[in-house]
Design a protein around this ligand. Structure first.
Ligand code: DX5
Ligand code: ZN
Length: 215
């Protein structure tokens, strides 16, 4: 079994609360919220106000994925808006250790995302502080892209590191997650699968969530 985190990026933004309520009812574990600034990634999505509004309608664990430059400036407002976990990109901050501390000071879970080209080794001296390592399995910015199979090795490396290092972070993947690769990802060590298109674009969303979870 893996945790399933539907990404609202693929939901109908005009009916966001209903879309979230539906996946919550259908057994989603986390809610993945993609924040894009048009600078770190070539797309713009939404900010902390949307997270705050959704918080009033959902008890799901809010997994806020910041694809923004200068994340330090915005971490407190996303924490106040109701994030349970904030994930920042290793590539988006000059002082990753300081950024991680800022998230932890806000009293919430902390994760770091790695773009496809970024090796896990950049986390060597901070990994003991992390609750989640998010492996980007597409280049960030857009939903609906194809899963990059080269990332399976990165997941296996992280899983081995976790095992032999006595660490307990969760491994999350983001991009192209679906029922067709969920079991292979689980076998490689993935704990949380983000899926936008594969859930919100499915004719039977309940079946899609169950198939990704593996029950
Ligand atoms: C991409 C986002 C993802 C996106 C995944 O930059 O971080 O969370 O919503 O979408 P799918 O599952 O459609 O690849
Ligand atoms: Zn994401």
């Amino acid at each position: 079994m893996v945790k399933v985190a539907p990404s609202v990026l693929a939901a109908d933004f005009a009916r966001l609360a209903e879309e979230v309520a539906e996946v919550e009812k259908l057994g989603a574990d986390w809610l993945h919220l993609d924040v894009m600034d048009g600078h770190f990634v070539p797309n713009i999505s939404f900010g902390a106000d949307v997270v705050r509004s959704l918080r009033q309608h959902s008890k799901l664990f809010f997994d806020v994925h910041l694809m923004i430059e200068n994340p330090d400036q915005y971490i407190p407002s996303f924490a106040r808006a109701g994030a349970d976990l904030i994930v920042v990109h290793a590539e988006a901050t000059r002082h990753l250790d300081r950024t991680i501390d800022l998230i932890k000071e806000a009293g919430i879970k902390c994760g770091v995302a790695l773009n496809p080209h970024t090796p896990p080794e950049v986390l060597e001296f901070v990994i003991h502080k992390l609750d989640v390592v998010l492996v980007m399995t597409v280049n960030p910015g857009f939903g609906g892209q194809a899963f990059n199979p080269v990332m399976t090795q990165k997941i296996k490396d992280l899983n081995e590191w976790r095992e032999y290092g006595g660490l307990d972070f969760l491994i999350e993947i983001d991009g192209g997650g679906s029922p067709s690769n969920a079991r292979e990802l689980e076998a490689a060590g993935v704990d949380v699968i983000v899926a936008g298109t594969a859930i919100f674009g499915a004719a039977d969303r309940a079946a899609a969530i169950a198939a990704i979870a593996g029950d």
